[in-house]
Design a binder for this molecule. Structure first.
Ligand SMILES: Nc1ncnc2c1ncn2[C@@H]1O[C@H](COP(=O)(O)OP(=O)(O)OP(=O)(O)O)[C@@H](O)[C@H]1O
Ligand SMILES: O=C(O)[C@H](O)COP(=O)(O)O
Length: 394
């Protein structure tokens, strides 16, 4: 990476504004997946050990520039304190005199968590005044929020223009792994693209077609491709205005010599529910009143073979409606193929694919699970991430 990192600067005794992505899934005030908190620990621990005064900032949810009580970061502070095994002070604001007063009392190695930065309208507008107000709290800026690096906001981008600005260890690792995968991939290189909508993945598919040997398509977005190839898809997810685009991708794959794999059989259901009637049919035989909610057994076998023969696999988006057990088999088969394939370096990007791998207890068998959903997608699209661009060059 050509950006300065934490290791390039001295933080002892300094007030460090460290942007993290603590936007964790939460239900009724309980954190349901703490992956993102744990992923930030190496940076936080290092800052503590180096004797910095650690000021953590994060967004949580989408409160749209106002205080939403349920979106306070208080539960995150409590959990962070348990994981770190030390006190984490929690501010009720993210800047201003009350926060400065707390910081004035901090000793070297102390940790303070600011309030949700999205409680202020200036955050998402990247308001220079708010960026300055954040910067006034600190001597140095560290960005470890890979998950939010695709957002040009006051705490991810604006602030970096006001302080010495470097990346944290999580940011560095994410950029290294994804960057190496895309710039110098081991081959055969396979991308698996699933999830719900073609429109969300257009840029990714376009960019990956330039790079991969195999492109595997699954999930709800597959049926736009299936329809584009002239098959009926019944009530399956369909983006009727993307049929030409889908065909242009298939055509481009041919021109580039990319092996483009689509489902050959599917699990169809007569309702989008756990107790729907379901059956396996070939891709030519989706009944008019049924919808395809998972890839079928033959498809799983074909996809698994390609995965096991790959040296590098990037996976974004589930193969079916994995949240319902009856339609989780295809996603599970892909996860298992990756887990069993020892010679394959597996990179999981996207919140839902990561959640699926967790659900099947296979997370520790994957080479790298990205903490970025949208950020990893934009990176794979070949887009520059504003939160990274703004950091100081080496
Ligand atoms: N055949 C299908 N029909 C309808 N929905 C589907 C189908 N296959 C997968 N899905 C749904 O797609 C959703 C995931 O799509 P999405 O594009 O958001 O994935 P992702 O990129 O991994 O996640 P994220 O956007 O959180 O990073 C899941 O909720 C899943 O149930
Ligand atoms: O969950 C994410 O992908 C990041 O935290 C960014 O959140 P956002 O999509 O609300 O900007």
């Amino acid at each position: 990476m050509n950006k300065k990192t934490l290791k390039d600067i001295d933080v002892k005794g300094k007030r460090v504004f460290c942007r993290v992505d603590f936007n964790v899934p939460m239900q009724d005030g309980q954190i349901t997946d703490e992956t993102r908190i744990r992923a930030a620990i190496p940076t936080i621990q290092y800052l503590v050990e180096q004797g910095a005064k650690v000021i953590l900032a994060s967004h949580f949810g989408r409160p749209k520039g106002q205080v939403v009580e349920e979106m306070r970061l208080t539960p995150v502070g409590v959990r962070l304190s348990e994981i770190l095994g030390k006190e984490v002070k929690k501010a009720d604001e993210a800047y201003g005199d009350s926060v400065k007063a707390i910081i004035d009392t901090m000793n070297e190695g102390d940790v303070l968590l600011l309030e949700n930065v999205r409680f202020y309208p200036g955050e998402e507008k990247n308001d220079p005044q708010l960026a300055k107000a954040f910067a006034e709290l600190a001597d140095v800026y560290v960005n470890d929020a890979f998950g939010a690096a695709h957002r040009a906001h006051a705490s991810t981008e604006g602030i970096a223009h006001n302080l010495p600005a470097v990346s944290g260890f999580l940011m560095e690792k994410e950029l290294d792994v994804l960057g190496k995968a895309l710039s110098n991939p081991e081959r055969p290189f396979t991308a698996i693209i699933g999830g719900a909508k073609v429109k969300d993945k257009i840029g990714v598919i376009e960019n990956l077609l330039e790079l991969v040997d195999n492109l595997i398509i699954g999930g709800g977005l597959a049926y736009t491709f299936v329809k584009a190839q002239g098959h009926e898809v019944g009530k399956s997810l369909l983006e009727a205005d993307k049929l030409d685009l889908a065909n242009s991708f298939i055509e481009k794959a041919k021109q580039k010599g990319v092996n483009f794999l689509m489902p050959v059989d599917v699990v169809v259901a007569d309702d989008f529910s756990a107790d729907a009637n379901k059956k396996v049919v070939s891709i030519e035989e989706i009944p008019a009143d049924w919808e395809a909610l998972d890839i079928g057994p033959k498809t799983r076998e074909i996809y698994s073979d390609v995965i096991k023969n790959s040296k590098l696999v990037i996976w974004n988006g589930p193969m079916g409606v994995f949240e319902i057990d009856a339609f989780a088999g295809g996603t599970k088969a892909v996860a298992e193929a990756l887990a069993e394939s020892e010679g394959t370096y597996s990179v999981i990007g996207g919140g839902d694919s990561a959640a699926a791998v967790e659900k099947f207890n296979l997370a520790d068998k994957m080479s790298h699970i990205s903490t970025g959903g949208g950020a990893s997608l934009e990176f794979m699209e070949g887009k520059a991430l504003p939160g990274v661009v703004a950091l100081n060059d080496k």
